[in-house]
Design a protein around this ligand. Structure first.
Ligand code: ATP
Ligand code: MG
Length: 299
């Protein structure tokens, strides 16, 4: 790959996905210095450049082949696919990975004091949303209609302002809805952040780099899920101790200097170790129990 042929990755410039997207690439070993005013940032140690844009633009940039990869919420991706399809534009892309960040749901919410008798009660009503396509698909599937009120922000104030009867907006905790006197009544779409690639094949060097990044991303996510557990245990209780540890089929057992009846046990566990389990281990005679986070992992 030449210097002018860098793998181009699009990510959100500033918003809910930007910190996690930057953090992910950093954990994958990419060294990038971001400048607030610059659209493009170069990785210092890999032939990669990062294009930072509004999240709405990312699926189109990938589908038009302007960038090689994009990190984007599935909600925006799916909305773009539906919108482009309805306009006869290309919607080709490759889904490479679903991440464990950016989780949210697109939901319909109505004024909290209003009764809810199912989606039928909104038939023909005006609904404020930034996601008209996903909402239309949901209504179409039930044979219902609605009048869209398109807002790109502050959707949750629409019913109070008399602009709409209900809203369809992204929710994670539900606190914003509650603060605006709204009640979530129906989930339209569940979303997480994901990595997509343009559909045309990349050249061999870029493809190899993408493969390398995917393996590292897998390692980052596995490391987040796993813990490294170390403890000292009486030899006589080893079977009972390992039975308490999730995923301890092949622990490393090491001799302990100066002790004939105790050993050290090291293992990677795919589950977190609860206080209750640690107390049970202690009751079996285990000691020096350490649960450590794992930074990187390659299996
Ligand atoms: P931009 O200026 O890039 O267009 P935006 O205002 O459209 O930003 P954000 O609010 O930053 O977008 O949200 C980006 C993405 O983060 C959403 O499309 C969604 O995938 C994800 N997300 C996760 N949780 C939430 C949430 N509670 N509310 C909104 N988006 C969320
Ligand atoms: Mg946006």
């Amino acid at each position: 790959m030449t210097e002018t042929n860098r793998l181009r990755i699009a990510m959100q410039k500033s918003g809910r996905l930007s910190d996690d997207s930057q953090d992910l690439l950093e954990r994958c070993g990419l060294k990038v210095r971001y400048h607030a005013q610059r659209l493009l940032a170069m990785a210092e140690n890999m032939p990669v450049e990062i294009l930072r844009v509004r999240d709405d633009d990312i699926p189109g940039l990938v589908m038009d082949g302007v960038v090689d990869l994009g990190i984007i919420g599935e909600n925006v991706l799916e909305e773009t696919v539906l919108a482009r399809r309805s306009q006869g534009q290309s919607t080709d892309f490759r889904m490479l990975r679903r991440f464990d960040f950016g989780g949210c749901r697109l939901s319909i919410a109505i004024p909290a004091d209003q009764e809810w008798a199912g989606l039928e009660s909104l038939d023909g009503c005006r609904i404020a949303t930034s996601y008209p396509q996903l909402l239309k698909r949901c209504f179409d599937e039930r044979g219902l209609t609605f009048k869209p009120c398109l807002l790109t922000g502050s959707v949750e104030v629409a019913p109070r302002a008399g602009l709409a009867d209900a809203i369809c907006d992204l929710v994670s905790s539900g606190a914003t809805l509650e603060a605006n006197g709204l009640r979530e009544v129906e989930v339209v779409y569940r979303s997480k952040a994901c990595l997509i690639a343009k559909s045309e094949p990349l050249d061999a060097d870029k493809e190899a780099l993408v493969e390398k990044l995917l393996v590292r991303m897998q390692g980052v996510s596995r490391a987040r899920e796993c813990k490294y557990i170390m403890l000292h245990a009486p030899k006589a209780k080893l079977a009972e101790v390992t039975a308490l540890l999730p995923g301890a089929e092949h622990p490393t057992i090491l001799p302990l200097a100066g002790s004939d009846d105790h050993v050290a046990l090291h293992m990677v566990s795919s589950e977190s170790l609860f206080w209750e389990t640690m107390e049970e281990l202690k009751a079996l005679g285990a000691s020096s129990i350490l649960v450590l986070p794992i930074e990187k992992m390659m299996e």
